[in-house]
Design a protein around this ligand. Sequence first.
Ligand code: SF4
Ligand code: SF4
Length: 144
Amino acid sequence: MNDDRQQPVQVSDIFVCARCGFCCHGETTVSLDQRDQDRMVAALKMSREEVSRRYWRITGSVVQMQTRDGHCIFYHPECGCTVHEGRPWRCRQWPLHPSMMAEEDNFRTITSSCRGFVPGVTYAEFCRIVQALLAQNNAEKFDP
Ligand code: SF4
Ligand code: SF4
């Protein structure tokens, strides 16, 4: 008898962060929406004004994190992300962005720069597991 029920999947089936910090490097960072800003302010236990002055780069309506020495201001070479609980949702989600399912080229580009993908995971496997994670409503990885 066939059992068509899908087995539960886990993020670790395709990805385990190697904490290499590559995605925290660059001269710009992800942008922070209102919920990100509120979460970061709460995590840092400072006033919004102080967080803004010390850590944010605001360009018009776009709020990003400042950078230092070519990486996000919160990145520490030995400790990794120093605002882990208050990090933006795009950082939480990375690198399993559902848009990677739309373009195999995106998948190739990201898997070649992020060493956390389980070796040998294929595009088809990646899509299947991300779809299953979304169906399981994996809030930790995919919700803002
Ligand atoms: S590049 Fe990938 S493995 Fe490295 S810290 Fe970022 S998500 Fe983790
Ligand atoms: S907030 Fe944390 S995870 Fe996001 S870019 Fe900065 S150091 Fe990296």
